[in-house]
Design a protein. Structure first.
Length: 428
């Protein structure tokens, strides 16, 4: 009996405490003041926005290219021989002025050759002088022979008349005929001698031209034993030293013109087409290079460590071929304002900024503001409103829009997932 009552008390005490708590809660709730529920406030979303307006905009096309030599020359020895001296600045990367000595070849053999060629010219000119003197003498003797021939002929005719009259002997006539023949023979021999002398003179004159040509060549070879720089520039691939034997085909160095560097870059098909503003031509099949591209100034930026060196360049020509895979075309632009102190060299990787076409009366917005490439959100009276747009041009981080209704509007530029029509926002 005692055990039974103890278990009963263990159950009854917790139930009593619970019942008492419920009664107290009911009493407190019934006697407490009534609380009316307050309506929840609408959330205001902070948003980044800009006010846009119409303007004229000229985008800049950014491409990448490399510096190439606009003019360079392989410096080769023009004659064969042993190098006996070299220029003071004949080393890799050295700055060379026009006319500076590159190498000097041993002159001894070429000086002897020049003396020999000069002697040959003198010899043939002397022979020409002698032949001309003989020709003058033979011409005078021919004149005398012709005069003697004329007298002998008159004498022969007179004696033939006299023999018919019987006043002279037959022997006298025969003697006159013999004398006439001798005079005729002498005149003929003189004439042949003159012809032979004239032909010999022509041969000597031809030999004189040949000798003078050989002399000029020997003189030039002697002068070309000194290899000089053809223009200002810096040296590369130097391969020459004193005592080295070189042939006329050996390259001793490469000279890059310092003030004639170019940047070579490639324009995509779309960018190239965008630059073709004015194309001259009579038909679509016959067009010339666009005036708006050739001669256009561009900006070239060379990044060296943390520094950016900027240069001005001007587009001079297009590449000879178009890339069949991408449709891109190579462009060559000449760098302006270069001198010996310019650190830029061929092979440098550079960024190129090309001014694009000018868009008039357009609205420029950040590309992040455009959604699905067809609409954006504007803010009117503190709420978002969807606005469909007509795109003029898409840039890397901007969009050009042509719509007068958007002029002066406040445009949301940083969208977020909760954006929707009518959402209450606050621009910041």
């Amino acid at each position: 009996m005692f055990k039974f009552d103890k278990r009963f008390l263990r159950i009854l005490v917790p139930l009593g405490i619970l019942a008492l708590g419920i009664v107290i809660f009911i009493i407190l709730k019934g006697t407490g003041p009534a609380v009316e529920a307050e309506p929840s406030a609408e959330k205001i979303w902070p948003i980044s926005a800009i006010r846009v307006s119409k303007e004229d905009f000229q985008p800049k096309i950014i491409e990448y290219g490399s510096i190439v030599a606009g003019n360079q020359a392989d410096l080769r020895s023009l004659v064969s021989g042993r190098i006996v001296n070299v220029g003071e600045r004949l080393f890799e990367g050295a700055i060379i002025n026009e006319g500076d000595l590159i190498v000097g070849i041993d002159r001894h053999d070429y000086e002897l050759e020049l003396v020999d060629r000069k002697a040959a010219v003198t010899e043939v000119l002397t022979r020409i002088s002698e032949t001309k003197a003989e020709l003058v003498s033979e011409t005078k003797l021919l004149s005398i022979s012709k005069s003697q021939l004329s007298l002998r002929k008159k004498d022969m005719n007179r004696r033939q008349k006299l023999v018919k009259q019987g006043t002279t002997s037959r022997k006298s006539v025969d003697d006159s005929i013999i004398a006439f023949n001798e005079a005729s023979k002498a005149a003929t021999l003189r004439n042949q001698t003159i012809i032979r002398l004239k032909n010999r003179l022509k041969q000597y004159q031809a030999s004189a031209k040949r000798a003078q040509s050989a002399y000029s060549l020997a003189k030039r070879n002697l002068e070309e034993t000194r290899l000089l720089a053809p223009f200002n520039g810096f040296l590369a691939n130097v391969d020459a030293s004193i005592g080295q034997y070189v042939r006329s085909t050996d390259r001793l160095a490469r000279l890059i013109q310092s003030d004639r560097l170019e940047v070579r870059f490639r324009l995509s098909e779309s960018d190239f087409g965008g630059l073709l503003d004015n194309v001259n031509g009579t038909s679509q099949n016959k067009v010339s290079v666009p005036d708006g591209l050739i001669g256009r100034k561009i900006e070239v930026t060379w990044k060296v460590g943390k520094k950016n060196l900027s240069f001005e360049a001007i587009i001079e020509r297009l590449g000879a071929e178009i890339d069949s895979t991408s449709g891109g075309i190579d462009i060559f632009a000449r760098l302006l304002g270069l001198n010996f102190t310019t650190p830029l060299r061929p092979g440098a990787f550079v960024a190129v900024g090309i001014p694009g076409r000018i868009y008039n009366d357009v609205i420029k917005i950040p590309r992040s503001a455009l959604l699905d490439n067809k609409y954006l959100f504007i803010i009117r009276e503190g709420r978002l409103k969807r606005f469909n747009v007509e795109i003029v041009q898409l840039g890397p981080d901007w969009v050009l829009i042509s719509d007068d209704k958007l002029d002066g509007e406040l445009v949301a530029v940083k969208p977020f997932p909760e954006m929707a029509e009518g959402l209450k926002v606050e621009s910041r």
